[in-house]
Design a protein around this ligand. Structure first.
Ligand code: NDP
Length: 382
């Protein structure tokens, strides 16, 4: 039996992880489950899986959580400190599936335990960059990528040597708006309606703006040290190939599979072995055709902005991420047009000197907070 904690257990990745755990209950001992405010779903899962502790980030919901867990013997806790405390309980596997930089503190707490972290929370790695990868090395932790593209690359690299890699290609579906003419009139409902994947609201908007691919470019740069100039992006609307690795002898390895996050999550849960999932076999004749296009960075500038931030390094990726989180939240609240998201991010990145390169978790959180304030000020009506 292995122990597991799921940070962000009530979200899309969290629920899909629990679905896999549910299929193999004898294999897992659930330690911590966390949520932001969805007490009902958190308590239901904590009871179903017999978790040791359930944590809700929103402190005002603690009473509700205690009531929902009454008589179960499961500890209830709330607040950011409690999230980090729960994440620091030693486990074999932590699934990091909180959305946004809010997940960074708990991920770092998990890394300090030196276990295996299955990382979905890409914003945490984008913001913390070398601060996180250095902590992984220092504490002897193992970082496994849940993001389907990075998981695909990870699989294609198995048995290969990073110095033999000529290039890495991240595939992108292009999102629901690839062929939509007027991006200024796009509603949150349209932006969230992803053609291939069923995901949380924030990453769905990121897929529509292509910031998701931009964040993934920075994520790949930290996970796979081949050099930024060797990481490419190609639009592949069918989302059958999840990414590719080209070696110096001209061989390109690709990982294919259904657009279902349970595949990469299962790859992390079972790594280095394999486990069953309920996926139907890949039916290539039914898929018929696969197509590939270069990204259109004039209509979707996010990948250009992310590449520039990655090249600048230091605080730039954390600033880009924070500004994007604020702009996406404003778009989802119908306060700004879809087409303004990238404009806000670029404005924040170009506003004055960038802060110094963060060296510690506290530095990263300061950069994040400062960029959020700047983005919020830009969004305030004059
Ligand atoms: P969801 O929005 O579906 O879920 C987010 C989870 O994080 C929920 O459990 C939510 O709790 C919790 N949460 C939200 N805000 C906070 C906060 N401030 N503090 C603590 N917990 C918080 O997101 P997804 O599952 O879609 O995405 C999670 C991460 O995985 C993201 O980083 C995303 O980019 C990445 N990812 C997701 C994929 C997908 O298919 N969904 C694919 C690849 C990567 P509550 O329910 O209470 O709000």
């Amino acid at each position: 039996m292995r122990s597991i904690s799921i940070l962000g257990a009530t979200g899309s990745v969290g629920e899909q992880t629990l679905d896999l755990v549910r299929r193999n209950p004898a294999e897992w001992n659930v330690v911590a489950l966390t949520a932001n405010s969805n007490v009902a779903a958190l308590a239901a899962s904590a009871r179903e899986f017999g978790a040791q502790v359930a944590v809700v980030a929103d402190e005002s919901r603690l009473g509700e959580l205690r009531d929902a867990l009454a008589g179960s013997g499961i500890e209830a806790a709330a607040g950011r400190g409690a999230l980090c405390e729960a994440a620091s309980r030693p486990v074999d596997m932590t699934v990091a599936a909180i959305v946004g930089c809010a997940g960074l503190g708990p991920v770092m707490a998990a890394i300090e335990q030196g276990g295996t972290i299955a990382l979905a929370n890409k914003e945490a790695l984008v913001s913390a960059g070398e601060v996180m990868t250095a902590a992984v090395a220092r504490h002897g932790a193992t970082l496994l990528p849940v993001d389907s593209e990075h998981n695909a690359i990870f699989q294609c690299l198995a048995g290969g040597r990073i110095e033999d890699v000529r290039s890495i290609t991240l595939t992108a579906s292009g999102g629901p708006l690839r062929t939509v003419d007027d991006l200024s009139a796009v509603t949150p409902e349209q932006a969230i309606a992803h053609p291939n994947w069923d995901m949380g609201a924030k990453i769905s908007v990121d897929s529509a703006t292509m910031f998701n691919k931009g964040l993934e470019l920075i994520e790949a740069h930290h996970l796979f040290p081949v050099g930024l100039d060797r990481i490419r992006i190609v639009v592949h609307p069918q989302s059958v190939i999840h990414s590719m690795v080209e070696y110096r002898d001209g061989s390109t390895l690709a990982q294919l599979g259904p657009s279902d996050m349970r595949v990469p999550i299962a790859s992390c849960l079972a790594w280095p072995a394999r486990m069953d999932t309920p996926m139907a076999p890949l039916d290539l004749p039914a898929i018929g055709e696969m197509s590939f296009f270069a990204p259109d960075e004039t209509r979707f500038p996010a990948t250009r902005l992310a590449r520039e931030a990655a090249e600048a390094g230091g605080a730039a990726p954390a600033v880009l991420n924070a500004a994007n989180e604020i702009a996406v939240a404003a778009f989802l609240d119908r306060k700004i047009a879809f087409s303004r998201i990238a404009v806000v991010v670029e404005d924040v990145l170009n506003q004055g000197e960038l802060p110094e390169a963060p060296r510690t978790l506290e530095d990263v959180l300061r950069v994040d907070e400062d960029a959020r304030s700047r983005a919020t000020r830009i969004l305030e009506p004059a």
